[in-house]
Design a protein around this ligand. Structure first.
Ligand code: PMP
Length: 410
């Protein structure tokens, strides 16, 4: 009889084998956020470091009812393989919503369902970027996009982000000097800064892009989370043939379902579908069916309004605490939506040191430097307000303010 195998056997084996990896892996940064989140798993820590939606706003009961109904009515089909493009009624729902929210005429044929909107970034990298190609990205830029695109080894051109959007002169200059494949940006409640582009800046950016061959990848992960319920125009309204939109159910339904989509002109869509087939055949069909069932039977507008009202309140509590407690030398954005506030500390104060000191006080923040593809941003922090209760926000900001004051004096 063979001996029972003790727990842990087979793990942590020392090996002398040398593995060879594709050079692109050495150029792709580890997700700093995922690394930091490991530190913040301790339940005593108040974490403003991650980017999670509020767990209280995930409509578990109605998602459970939608799942039960799909499985009872059509389980054998819902558990089968399906088409790469995605479940048509779900794509129709997305198209209808664009018409209602933004007045955009989009056909379901221009929509591909993806495994979260993060997968759109990987697929777009696959079909658009060759090694050494030029791409432009906001400065600071979304870390998940920097990571996804890095795998395809482009050259990044960071475009400074002001309070009302990307610097138009810098973008125009970049497009003039380099054959830029695309500009990737987040016009609504940007991650990490919380900045929303003004309508005027959107028109200006579209006008600049129109004069070039560059595409605009409009990441709209937070478009539904505008606290005033006000929707500013998508760049697709101005430059439809040059705009690709990515969208997500993560912030309005549930991130664990991994439901996202990409909207692209037909010729680009054709390539994206091929890349998606090679990548995973199709997105989780059961989850697509559950999402469609939920959206058909529930009042999604009322649910989104509930999320907006809650995040608006959480933002207000956090901003008020920051105003009362942070030294005057610290500045921060006042986001109109989304989940993040961007804090700029006085020059010379290291956010890494603030992170270390804050963790000792059981509060976690996210240092801003990884969001800069060209270095810098050492005195910036990203702070999440969606995942903490109002009490935790007050306590956490009090602790953070005292850490910042101490560091400012030393
Ligand atoms: N884009 C942005 C700007 C994000 O903040 C996120 C989530 N952090 C994503 C894309 C990816 O989200 P998901 O894959 O859950 O749709």
């Amino acid at each position: 009889m063979s001996q029972p195998i003790p727990p842990g056997s087979g793990q942590h084996q020392v090996t002398t084998k040398k593995y060879t990896f594709a050079p692109r892996m050495a150029k792709t940064p580890k997700s700093f956020i995922r690394e930091i989140l490991k530190v913040t798993e301790d339940p005593r820590i108040i974490s403003f470091a991650g980017g999670l939606p509020s767990p209280a706003l995930i409509d578990v009961d109605n998602i459970a009812a939608a799942a039960a109904s799909v499985l009872a009515k059509d389980g054998r089909t819902a558990l089968q393989y399906s088409t790469t493009e995605g479940y048509r009624p779900l794509r129709q729902f997305i198209a209808d919503r664009y018409r209602k929210r933004l007045g955009l005429e989009i056909s379901p044929d221009e929509i591909l369902i993806t495994n979260g909107s993060q997968q759109c970034l990987d697929l777009l990298g696959k079909v658009l970027i060759n090694k050494g190609d030029h791409i432009a990205i906001e400065r600071p830029g979304y870390l998940g996009a920097i990571q996804a695109f890095s795998l395809y080894e482009p050259g990044f051109h960071p475009i400074l982000l002001h309070e009302d959007g990307p610097d138009p002169a810098q973008l125009a200059d970049c497009l003039l000097k380099f054959p830029v494949r695309f500009f990737y940006g987040i016009p609504n409640s940007q991650n990490p800064s919380g900045i929303t582009y003004s309508e005027e800046r959107r028109r200006e950016i579209a006008g600049i892009l129109e004069k070039s061959d560059a595409l605009f990848i409009e990441d709209d992960a937070y478009g539904e989370l505008n606290f005033a319920g006000k929707s500013l125009p998508s760049l697709r309204q101005f430059i439809p043939e040059q705009t690709i939109i990515t969208g997500s159910f993560s912030k309005i339904l549930a991130p664990g379902m991994r439901m996202g989509w990409v909207v692209a002109p037909p010729a680009i869509m054709e390539q994206l579908v091929i890349a998606k087939q090679a990548s995973d055949l199709h997105s989780n069909y059961l989850c697509q069916r559950i999402a469609a069932e939920y959206l058909q039977n529930q009042n999604i507008d009322a649910h989104i309004e509930k999320i907006r009202a809650s995040y608006r309140k959480q933002r207000d509590v956090m901003i008020n605490c920051m105003q009362d407690l942070f030294p005057d030398t610290v500045s921060f954005t006042r986001p109109q939506g989304g989940m993040f506030i961007w804090v700029t500390l006085p020059e010379g104060i290291s956010s890494m040191k603030i992170f270390d000191a804050a963790i000792k006080e059981n509060v976690a923040v996210l240092p801003g430097s990884p969001f800069y593809v060209d270095g810098g941003g050492d005195n910036t922090l990203r702070i999440n307000f969606s995942n903490s209760t109002e009490d935790k926000i007050r306590t956490g900001i009090e602790r953070l303010a005292s850490v910042i004051r101490k560091q400012s004096q030393s």
